[in-house]
Design a protein around this ligand. Structure first.
Ligand SMILES: C[S@@+](CC[C@H](N)C(=O)[O-])C[C@H]1O[C@@H](n2cnc3c(N)ncnc32)[C@H](O)[C@@H]1O
Length: 513
């Protein structure tokens, strides 16, 4: 006799018609014992029809599953209630599940009913499960979140002012190696506007506190950090299950509530993220339930939640951070389109800041891709003209569109499809014509590059030719290769993490002689 899994694997590749006409018909004719043996038919029907079924077929499947909810076998009913949400159930099916929840005495069945209602439940479910315990508490929270999501979609309020800021620490996170550039940008902001104070700079992290009321829009005028998180606290245990109550009280602390209430419009929902630990379903459920018991206004909801509650392992425990999930990032909305090997936008912003704001700048990105470095440098100001070259015509079309969307003021731009070595074909690019070359070259990771050393050797040679004396070459260098031309003098080098591999961010100055 086949196991449920084997039978399921065999059935899930069948067409809707074959499943319905042969397997479902056979199942319906079967004895109670045979039904239990062929219960995988129900699971296969749920999977196959959810993917390939027409609206009419799904309606028929729904009625069949509802009938199976009356089956004398608990196993058959359990399979039916698990398949139901996949087919797209509504209030009618919700009511059937709820009446079963009221009558069943089987604990396992209650649990599976709770899980089905988690997915399809609405106000009727909320009324029944309110004040429940254990899995019903989880159902209550999930259903409340999905009703809230449907009725009151949430957004992050960028312009709200947080006045109760005294105990708040804000973590500006970035790729490792870029923290110096992030710090310098914050310093410049402080010199102009005050508001923040830098308290710590560590690899991949700049911590600031507040000295005045502030909004998220203030923070998002900074372009170099990757993510921003409100630090809520640390718990001295590395096991989230053992310290669930302590973690839940940090997650729902007065600081947390004040940040969430100030910056959320609509329902307050968050996704729980164990940073660098992968999925932790059990721990997520436990923490979410404890936090809900402490504060039922803050809902765990992995679907389109405006906030992420990030749990970071630290040397001595787990720290909790609240991160607004802003997609798209409001700083980079000019990205109308993308290429496969596009730069990380905050890295492009960091490279632009490394270049600094030099007046009458003539900028060239030999490998412009979607144009991020050129746009970020343009947005800093002082640029006279911009040139982008790339081998890919698609990339050229995208960089042109992105550049137009960025509305960089009064800058002439030219995007030309060519090999960077053929720069002289581009009107305006000639020896000693450029003050800044800024680029994130191909790294050979996502797209193979046949001769990397040759390409980087040529980049140095071309830069030595094209740059005016005093001009700079800024690029991410994945190789230990240096220019042979002594006119290019190294001014800056720092190892940075480019998302899983190390690279050197370098700046060379072109000497007059
Ligand atoms: C890492 S991507 C650049 C990403 C870019 N900074 C962005 O923001 O999207 C490298 C680009 O170099 C281009 N490329 C590769 N070899 C080239 C060559 N010999 N001349 C010009 N472009 C080249 C690729 O087509 C690719 O778009």
């Amino acid at each position: 006799m086949k196991t449920d899994k084997e039978l399921y694997r065999q059935l899930r590749v069948l067409s809707c018609e074959k499943l319905w006409n042969d397997e479902v018909a056979l199942f319906d004719r079967s004895t109670p014992k045979e039904r239990i043996e062929r219960v995988a038919v129900i699971r296969a029907v749920g999977t196959v029809f959810s993917e390939f079924g027409t609206a009419k077929q799904k309606a028929e499947v729904r009625s069949w599953l509802v009938r199976l909810l009356q089956d004398p076998s608990e196993k058959v009913r359990r399979y039916a209630m698990t398949a139901l949400p996949k087919i797209g159930a509504g209030p009618v099916e919700e009511e059937v599940l709820l009446s079963l929840l009221r009558t069943t005495t089987v604990e396992r069945e209650k649990k599976f009913l709770g899980q089905a209602l988690d997915k399809i439940g609405g106000t009727a479910t909320m009324n029944v499960v309110a004040g429940g315990h254990g899995f019903l508490q989880q159902t209550e929270q999930k259903v409340k979140a999905s009703v809230a999501r449907r009725e009151r979609p949430s957004v992050i309020r960028m312009d709200s002012i947080l006045s109760d800021f005294t105990r708040l620490r804000i973590h500006l996170r970035c790729r490792k190696g870029l923290e110096g550039i992030v710090r310098d940008e914050v310093k410049e902001y402080i010199a102009k506007h005050g508001k923040f104070r830098i308290v710590e700079v560590r690899s991949g992290l700049v911590t600031i506190t507040l000295v005045a009321p502030f909004s998220l829009a203030d923070i998002y005028t900074l372009r170099c950090f990757a993510t921003v998180g409100f630090f809520l606290g640390t718990v001295r245990s590395s096991n989230p299950a053992e310290s669930a109550d302590a973690l839940a009280s940090v997650m729902t602390s007065p600081v947390s509530r004040s940040v969430l209430a100030t910056f959320t419009e609509g329902s307050i929902r968050y996704r729980l993220e164990f940073v660098s630990k992968g999925h932790q379903r059990g721990a997520v459920r436990l923490l979410a339930n404890r936090a809900y018991a402490m504060c039922p206004d803050i809902l765990n909801d992995p679907r389109s939640a405006p906030w992420s509650m990030d749990l970071y392992p630290t040397g001595h425990g787990i720290s909790v951070e609240l991160r607004p999930k802003l997609t798209p990032d409001p700083r980079f909305t000019y990205r109308e389109d993308d290429i496969r090997a596009a730069s990380h936008p905050p890295l492009a912003a960091c490279m632009a800041r490394l270049a600094g704001r030099v007046n009458n700048e003539i900028v060239w990105d030999p490998f412009c891709g979607s144009g991020l470095e050129l746009i970020e440098r343009g947005l800093l100001g002082g640029v006279q003209s911009i040139y982008g070259t790339d081998l890919s015509p698609d990339a050229i079309a995208i960089s042109r569109a992105n550049f137009a969307a960025a509305k960089v003021k009064a800058v002439q731009s030219k995007f030309i499809c060519c090999d960077f070595r053929d720069y002289a074909k581009v009107e305006g690019l000639e020896p000693k014509s450029v003050t800044l070359i800024i680029t994130n070259p191909p790294m050979g990771r996502r797209i193979r590059v046949p001769n990397m050393r040759g390409l980087f050797g040529d980049l140095f040679a071309v830069a030595a030719e094209v740059l005016k004396p005093g001009g700079r070459l800024i690029f991410a260098n994945p190789l230990r290769i240096e220019p042979v031309n002594p006119l290019l003098k190294l001014k800056y080098r720092n190892v940075i993490d480019l998302g899983g591999f190390n690279c050197r961010l370098e700046m060379y100055l072109k000497l007059a002689r």
